[in-house]
Each structure stands twice: as C-alpha cells, then as structure tokens.
Write a protein that binds this ligand. Structure first.
Ligand SMILES: *[C@@H]1O[C@H](CO)[C@@H](O)[C@H](O)[C@H]1NC(C)=O
Ligand SMILES: *[C@@H]1O[C@H](CO)[C@@H](O)[C@H](O)[C@H]1NC(C)=O
Ligand SMILES: *[C@@H]1O[C@H](CO)[C@@H](O)[C@H](O)[C@H]1NC(C)=O
Length: 379
C-alpha cells in the first residue's frame, strides 16, 4: 500500500518540484472556433496511447522512436515540462537496465551537446543533454534537444512501464537549450498550427494525443477557452474562477479567486499544496497513512462525499467522488480507496495540477498560437 502511494507521489514529484509559478494577471477567456479541424482534410497527426495498469493505477503510454535508424521507446506524455528524457545506454542503474536504452553511437543523426541536466531532487535522474530526431504521431522532428539519462535510480518509478518521458510542456523550468517541441515542429513545417489535444479514456480504453490540430471526434460540445496566466507562455497554466468542494459545508480551494490550474498528464493525481491536501483530505474523512500529502478513504462513505467543481473560463466542471478517487483492488478481494488529492512541497496554495483523473473526464486543448487552454467534455 505504501509502496503504491510512494510511487504515485513520485509521479507527482516530477511535475510539482519544477513549479514556481507567480501569479500576475487574470485574463478573460475568449472564444475562437477557428481551431476546429476542417472536415475535408484532417489537419492533425495522431499518437495513440495505450492504457497500462501499473499496480492498479492506469498509465497512458505511447511508442515513439529516437534517432536514425529508429530506436523504439515507450513514453508517458508530460504536459507540465518541456524536457523529454530517456535512459541512456551508458546508464548502469537497474532502472535503466530494465528499460530500452538510447544508444547515441548507433544513430547517424545524433549530435552531442553534453550539457549536464538533473531532474528535481528525489527523482534521482541526471545525465546530459543530447540532440537527435524524435519520431511520433507519424512525424519526424529533427534536432530535438532531450535528456539522455546516465543515472536513473528511483525504486518507485522503476515499477512503471514507460522507458522515458515525452515533454510537451512550455519553457517553464526546462534546462537552457530545451525548447517547447511544438515550436520546433512548427519551424520544421511538420505541423501548421502549434496546437495539440489530449484525450484519455476510462479503463480499459487508451488515449489519443492529437498534434497540429484537434480531433473533434474526441470531445462533445464546444471548447471553453481560458488564456494562459501569466500570459508569457512559460507554463500551461490557466486561471480558475473558482474551485470548491461543495458538500454540506463548502470548502473554497481558490481563496479570493486567485488560482491557476495546470494539466499534468504524467500524474494520476490532483496535486495541490500540502496544506490544501490536508484540508481537503480531512473534509473527505481521509485517514492519515503516514505518507505526507496522501490519504486513504473509507470506501463505504464515498457516495456521501461532496462534488469537486472546478470553474475555468466560466465553465463549471464537476467531478463526483468516484471521479476524484482511486479504487484499488488487491488479491483476495481486498479493496482500498485512495484520495485523488495529493499534497506536495513546492506547490503553492493557488495552484492545482490536473492529472489523469481529471483528464479522463475532460478533453484538453493546448493552444500555443493563442497561449490558451481549452476544455470540453470528453467523448
Ligand atoms: C551502441 O552502438 C554501437 C554502434 O552501433 C555498438 O558498437 C555498441 O555495441 C552499442 N552499444 C550497446 C551497449 O549496445
Ligand atoms: C535516490 O537515491 C538515494 C541515494 O542513492 C536513495 O537513497 C534513494 O532511495 C533514491 N530515491 C528513490 C525514490 O529511489
Ligand atoms: C454532485 O453532482 C451530481 C451531478 O452533477 C448531482 O446529481 C449531485 O446531487 C451532486 N452531489 C452533491 C453532494 O452536491
């Protein structure tokens, strides 16, 4: 049990520790229907994601390739960081040894950069930046700067299926030299619009990452747009009008209406500050299980728990208790309910990361042309 919680905590850590967001402005959302792909020509490229269960938690994994000739890698898609990284053939750690490892000597398109990189403390991954082509969604992007991990020792992450991470985040805290891959793709003309959409299915469905446009088959109704804030295009963060747990008593998770949401497709959780997680999990009747920031819930009370309502761009998105919790089944018929709210050091009280629990209900459009996020009901 602790093992699993630590594992997912680590997943959260990858994003959370990279975040240092200062709130500046709150922008009014705007509507723009022009992004919808035209019917005659599909203006997007598709990367399918498989649903793989790791210790009961659904992860979405895609197959991509690196270099020439192609070296296959499985990845999870990360929307909160621009850095893609893969185990290097030089990495001797058990973590790397149990995965496919990128061999730069075997790639004719490899260029050495050698700048060191290190993931946030606790993740135990470091190495050098390298440059090579990355192929995914039927597109080849040349000269992408990514992390070649030479040390990757994380006992919890090691039970996760993917080899590496494909970063679709914005500049954020990415090491110097790493650029948002959407920009690189547009420069090379492999996409005409710097836009992608993400659809994640419910178990046992997989997911779809759509690049260069949006797949309107994967959402219902209209998208609601919210401009990024701060508007400098460093993070996929959008202002929320309000976030509340509205049961018998209301818990205001967006005090003063000053808060942001950040889609984080590489984590299953809603990641918030430790103080907020404590308040939320207490309101849900959560049991402290000695793992800071996390809580186990009494499965028999789930139906009585409040709804979570996240309002962005005037659109209220409601998640019921079964949609913000994990029901884990163990051998022997044992069940455990785990709160989907995870507290993390380094996340401020005004930020909520929206992991895959959220994204399994709402389709998200990431629009770098207009620096905004779009939300719609998932198909
Ligand atoms: C990496 O590729 C080079 C060139 O093809 C090859 O000689 C070497 O054995 C490979 N290394 C590993 C560990 O596979
Ligand atoms: C990170 O590395 C340190 C030192 O090798 C080790 O003690 C720690 O357990 C590692 N962290 C994880 C999550 O595996
Ligand atoms: C939660 O939302 C559902 C559907 O929107 C609604 O039927 C239900 O009454 C809400 N529950 C609470 C406790 O507000």
């Amino acid at each position: 049990m602790f093992r699993l919680l630590l594992l997912v905590a680590c997943l959260g850590a990858i994003q959370a520790q990279k975040m240092h967001i200062t709130l500046k402005t709150k922008d009014a959302p705007e509507q723009n229907p022009n992004l919808t792909p035209k019917e005659d020509a599909p203006s997007f490229h598709v990367q399918l994601l498989k649903n793989i269960k790791a210790k009961g938690v659904q992860t979405f994994v895609g197959e991509i390739s690196l270099g020439t000739p192609p070296q296959l890698m499985s990845v999870s898609v990360e929307t909160s960081s621009a850095l893609s990284y893969f185990p290097s053939v030089r990495c001797e750690d058990q973590f790397c040894k149990s995965r496919r490892q990128y061999n730069s000597s075997a790639s004719s398109t490899y260029e050495a950069l050698g700048t060191p990189f290190e993931l946030p403390p606790g993740i135990n991954a470091s190495g050098v930046l390298s440059k090579d082509s990355i192929s995914f969604a039927g597109i080849t992007v040349e000269g992408v700067v990514f992390g070649e991990a030479e040390s990757m020792w994380n006992k919890w992450l090691s039970i996760l299926p993917p080899d590496g991470v494909l970063g679709l985040g914005l500049q954020g805290m990415a090491p110097e030299g790493v650029r948002p891959i959407l920009d690189v793709m547009a420069e090379q003309g492999v996409i005409s619009e710097r836009v992608f959409g993400m659809w994640l299915g419910r178990d046992p469905q997989g997911g779809e990452l759509t690049l260069g446009g949006l797949n309107d088959q994967l959402y219902r109704g209209e998208l609601t747009w919210a401009n990024l804030t701060p508007p400098d295009g460093q993070w996929w963060t959008a202002p929320a009008d309000s976030i509340v747990l509205d049961g018998l008593t209301q818990l205001d998770l967006c005090p003063g209406g000053r808060c942001v949401v950040l889609p984080a497709s590489n984590s299953p959780y809603f990641i918030v500050s430790e103080a907020q997680a404590a308040a939320i999990n207490e309101a849900l009747g959560g049991l402290d299980i000695g793992q800071p920031g996390a809580a186990v819930l009494d499965c028999t009370t789930l139906y009585r728990l409040p709804n979570l309502t996240i309002t962005v761009g005037g659109r209220a998105m409601v998640l019921g208790p079964l949609e913000y919790t994990f029901l884990l089944r163990f051998e022997g018929g044992l069940q455990m309910c785990v709160s989907g709210f995870l507290g993390f050091p380094g996340v401020d009280d005004h930020t909520m990361l929206l992991g895959t629990l959220f994204m399994q209900k709402y389709y998200i459009a990431f629009d770098r042309e207009n620096n905004r996020l779009g939300f719609a009901d998932s198909a």
